[in-house]
Design a protein. Sequence first.
Length: 259
Amino acid sequence: MALLTPEDLENLLDKLEYNEKVIKKVTGFEIKQICEETYGTFPDSEVVGIVPVTSGNGIIDNFTASLAAIVNHFGLKGFVTEHTDISGYNEAVSRRADIIMMADDHIFIAHNLKNGKISTNHECTGIIYSEIAARYLHADSTDILVIGLGRVGYAGASHLAKKGFNVYACDPNIEFLEKAVKELGVKPYERNSGKKFSMIMEATPCKDTISEGMVSDRCLVSTPGIPCGLPENIGKKYKVDMVMEPLVIGVASMLYSVF
Ligand code: NAD
Ligand code: 2YG
Ligand code: MG
């Protein structure tokens, strides 16, 4: 799995502000509203304890501090524990956290100790980015393309299929594609089919995954993928609107899913 770098976490709230504007323009909604409607939940002054985790590749500079800033931005009270790992978890509970957030190299979770709900970043990121794509005001049909069917993309495709969208998908991993066809009823996207999309969700760790043949004029690309999968020249030529942000939107989705 590709890990976040401290550079990804620079200027997070500026990137959020830019993406808030794009999301409002292309969907008519704010991120908070989309989260509320998606999960049917609202914040209730929860306290969020954020625990640094040293296992595997260890602490990522600014990761937990960024989470605290995000939690505070959404109107909750977040704190980073002084201790790490199990001691940090114990400290978060002792300091009366309602929700614990913590990540190792494999999984990033939010756990609400009050109601028992637990969420993962990969699933919540898939849900929120696909939900944003699905709300495109100028969509030409209910056809939507999901590029990448790993942990995030599969969750997105699953969410869209449940919402009744006509989901097309591609992934060079044939097993992943076959699994999504069988379990979710998605249609494999054929490169030479000539089919273009007004809504695209991209969830890969690769560049240039979006080709000219996929995009219709003024389409929306909603992508958590790092680095960006949309080549700049294609974005310009087809006046593509793009939602792409490294952490905040997915974390907002995790929080609302456990309220
Ligand atoms: P993953 O490794 O589980 O899945 C990635 C999938 O993309 C794989 O199945 C791979 O075969 C597929 N893929 C690679 N090249 C492709 C191509 N050209 N066309 C179609 N599919 C292709 O990764 P993941 O956990 O699902 O994460 C996906 C991306 O999202 C990563 O870059 C990750 O860092 C990022 N991410 C971002 C956020 C955020 O908040 N922005 C949150 C979680 C993950
Ligand atoms: O506590 C710490 O500082 C570290 N143990 C955090 C490790 C997080 C690793 N995970 C990732 O980098 C991401 N793939 C998940 C974060 C999603 C947002 N892009
Ligand atoms: Mg995000």
